[in-house]
Design a protein around this ligand. Structure first.
Ligand code: ATP
Ligand code: MG
Length: 265
């Protein structure tokens, strides 16, 4: 790749309107019309044009800011995604990179759960995507300063219940669902859970996709997932440093650059 082409790839806009049709669909989620299956395209939130009454921030992280809002008298959690560029040091072509943004990850995972009729089981129920209008974007300005935020939003149920030790067995059991659907979560942490449901899928990979690793998928469901049982143990029952998990995770981590190089060729 020449220098100019490499710069183009690095700065490519990965959250432009053309993502509608790639991993988002204009089809409304919950519409009763009989339509063809959408594959891994997330459908649109039915009330996407309604005004938003913002109540308060719920949290924020590297991928987005989440707020509690009321739309048509129903409370929702709205995740407003931050602008995103490929982090490097290896840069994928545009065609591949478009599938690697946090918004793409979350959209494709929720779309697959919806297609399998598993909404609100392993993960929080998702109501689809919306793109904020100027007026809606001004409304959320009451709660966030808007800095770095895109207009793309994923709408979810608001889950007020924090996760505690009483949820971990159910959380572990529920992993049969993403395993069956070939979803590989990367951010399985108590802070990404409410009750027994995961609320954050922006690091979850949906096979097939550019960053997919069959090795990591098998490792996750055979070992990593059991770490959930340690979340509220003090001190943890399993010693991370002496476990096989540590060795295999380290190996997976060390192999990542080689996998990425393979992808860029
Ligand atoms: N549906 C929800 N109901 C209640 N709280 C939520 C919901 N979704 C998210 N939150 C809260 O907002 C926080 C941030 O959400 P989320 O993890 O999706 O954002 P993120 O940008 O991916 O964060 P990070 O990069 O830290 O993982 C969560 O840790 C949780 O506390
Ligand atoms: Mg999170």
């Amino acid at each position: 790749m020449n220098k100019h082409a490499a710069t183009m790839v690095r700065n490519a806009e990965l959250m432009g309107d053309d993502i509608v049709g790639i991993f988002l669909s204009e089809e409304v989620l919950g519409s009763s019309s009989k339509t063809k299956p959408m594959g891994d395209k997330l459908r649109r939130f039915i009330h996407h044009q309604e005004s938003i009454q913002c109540l308060r921030p719920l949290g924020s992280g590297i991928h987005g800011a989440v707020l509690l809002a009321t739309i048509k008298n129903v409370k929702y959690a709205l995740k407003v995604f931050k602008y995103w560029k490929q982090p490097g040091p290896v840069f994928d072509s545009y065609e591949k990179a478009i599938y690697t943004s946090p918004l793409a990850n979350e959209s494709r995972a929720f779309a697959r759960l919806h297609a399998a009729r598993k909404d609100g089981t392993w993960a929080v129920r998702c109501h689809g995507w919306m793109k904020l209008s100027d007026a809606q974007f001004r409304d959320i300005g009451d709660v966030f300063d808007g800095e770095g935020l895109s207009r793309w939003v994923i709408v979810k149920d608001y889950l007020p219940m924090l996760t505690d030790a009483s949820h971990t067995n159910q959380i572990l059991k529920n992993f049969a669902i993403p395993k069956e659907l070939r979803l590989l979560p990367h951010d399985v942490l108590p802070q990404n859970y409410r009750g027994s449901q995961i609320v954050d899928l922006s690091c979850t990979l949906t096979s097939p996709c550019p960053e997919w690793s069959e090795f990591e998928f098998n490792l996750f469901y055979s070992e990593t997932v059991y770490g959930v049982l340690d979340w509220f143990e003090d001190p943890p029952k399993r010693s991370f440093l002496t476990s096989e998990t540590f060795l295999s995770r380290t190996l997976a981590f060390l192999l990542r650059p080689f996998c990425a190089l393979g992808r860029s060729n």
